[in-house]
Design a protein around this ligand. Structure first.
Ligand SMILES: Cc1ncc(COP(=O)(O)O)c(C=O)c1O
Length: 457
């Protein structure tokens, strides 16, 4: 999609982009002497950060956080930012929501991890059933874990070896999902470290929105489970074509294949996720990241049919070492905070606020793009908004990969940060939380307008 002619890419002169990117990086670095000193001091322990992904921000050195509350974040150099990254969804309901703070305070002094249930567990189970519709639930610590366990159960109860993923998907650190299409063939993702077996032997991959390819890939009836996000949010955002989810459900049912909907990001849609808002009928369901208000926890639900199959497996197999579960999962803190989040934070009123601001943001960004005549577009699923520096809408993972413009996106990212707005470092994702104020949205639209003006000239 890059336009070689005229030295432009995505409507922007390459020279102008390079100059803008360099100037913004200098501006960032000059404004953050304390973070620079900390980064230098920490290099010996951690390569500068406690977790390698923290180096993926397109910054000369990481920003160091001093405080975060609601939709604002302050760094150690004293800059207050409007936070639209919100921990890449971990804090999608804002930093330190009051009910979660109260739940943490109430639990503190009563122990954190017993490997036994608390009364919160009962309440959480009931809320999960009411909220998402599936009758059975388990708790895990991360969405990666929940997906891994759900896929293991899917394979166990169907006694089928394979799974199917959508090209361009991401479901966390789940080995079998690291498969992509390369020139039409499935292959293990080349970035995956320490992988010796060919993951493509067990995983089929098709393009999202391609019903024919899906039906062909399921025809042999050896796929245990299709795992997908209802909207692809981990490449540039890809929305389902009208009728796609109905076709996906038909094709999976017709071949005895289970359907796992991963709502870890699309929980931005509403209190019951995309699933409830659009009447999807998954056999397995995963939600992680913000479900305990930023405290590590996830949940996975499953149908009666899957529960019956799991019971059968329990009877047939020796006890212990099932490959499901980790010691700290469903600990007392996680259950207390998940209870508070489900009952008091993920309310229809909170979602109505988030959605209204997301509509305002999407319209503002689209207005800037149209006003400058840029060949870009904006996509949205509930409170999750993305600007994509290519024409849209995108139909699948391959188109999303081609739409990605790393150098341009990174320059915009630093430009927005220097103007007081933090967005997610992976593509151009922005989230609205219950604490986000309309002035913060207008600040982001204004900053985006300034950056677009500087880039487009
Ligand atoms: C759709 C989806 N599922 C699962 C995960 C994994 O979440 P975690 O890293 O918290 O395990 C992610 C992470 O981005 C995700 O986007």
């Amino acid at each position: 999609m890059s336009e070689a002619a005229g030295g432009r890419e995505r409507g922007i002169l390459r020279e102008r982009l390079a100059a803008f990117a360099a100037a913004e990086r200098v501006r960032y670095a000059r404004a953050r002497p304390r973070a620079a000193a900390l980064a230098a001091g920490g290099a010996g322990y951690y390569a500068g950060v406690p977790m390698h992904w923290m180096l993926d921000w397109p910054l000369p050195f990481p920003m160091v956080v001093a405080d975060a509350r609601g939709a604002s974040l302050t760094d150690v150099d004293g800059h207050e930012l409007a936070d639209f990254c919100l921990g890449d969804t971990g804090s999608m309901f804002g930093h330190s929501p009051e009910p979660v703070l109260r739940a943490l305070a109430a639990q503190s002094g009563h122990g954190f991890a017993y490997m036994l249930p608390t009364e919160h567990s009962v309440a959480v189970g009931r809320l999960l059933v009411e909220r998402f519709g599936l009758p059975h639930w388990q708790i895990a610590t991360t969405a990666s874990d929940a997906n891994r366990f759900a896929l293991r159960i899917a394979r166990g109860v169907t006694n089928r070896p394979k799974i199917l993923v959508m090209n361009g998907c991401y479901h966390g650190a789940v080995d079998e999902t690291y498969v992509e299409l390369h020139s039409g063939q499935a292959r293990s993702r080349p970035a995956l470290i320490g992988q010796f077996t060919d993951l493509a032997a067990e995983t089929r991959v098709v393009e999202f929105n391609d019903v024919g390819a899906l039906e062909a890939a399921l025809a042999a009836r050896d796929v245990a489970c299709v795992i997908t996000e209802p909207v692809l949010t981990n490449c540039c955002m890809v929305l389902p074509a009208p009728g796609y989810h109905a076709a996906l459900r038909r094709a999976t049912r017709a071949t005895g294949t289970l359907l796992l909907i991963d709502e870890t990001h699309t929980i931005s849609t509403g209190p019951g996720g995309y699933t409830r808002a659009h009447g999807l009928e998954p056999d397995l369901f995963v939600v992680g990241k913000p479900i305990a208000g930023g405290v590590p926890a996830s949940a996975w639900g499953f149908s009666e049919e899957v529960a019956v199959g799991w019971d059968r497996l329990r009877r047939e197999k020796p006890p212990g070492h099932s490959g499901l579960g980790t010691t700290l999962s469903a600990n007392a803190l996680a259950m207390a905070t998940m209870h508070a989040t489900l009952a008091e934070v993920m309310t229809p009123a909170a979602y109505a606020h988030m959605e209204a601001l997301a509509v305002r943001l999407a319209a503002g960004l689209a207005g800037v793009i149209d006003g400058r005549g840029l060949p870009w577009h904006v996509a949205r699923v509930g409170a999750r908004v993305e600007f994509i520096c290519a024409p849209g809408p995108l139909r699948n993972g391959s188109e999303a990969a081609a739409a990605h413009a790393p150098a341009l996106e990174q320059a915009i990212h630093v430009g927005l940060l220097n103007r007081g707005c933090l967005i997610a470092p992976f593509h151009n994702m922005m989230l609205l939380c219950p604490a986000t104020r309309s002035e913060q949205v207008d600040q982001l639209v204004g900053a985006f307008g300034e950056v677009a003006a500087a880039l487009a000239g």
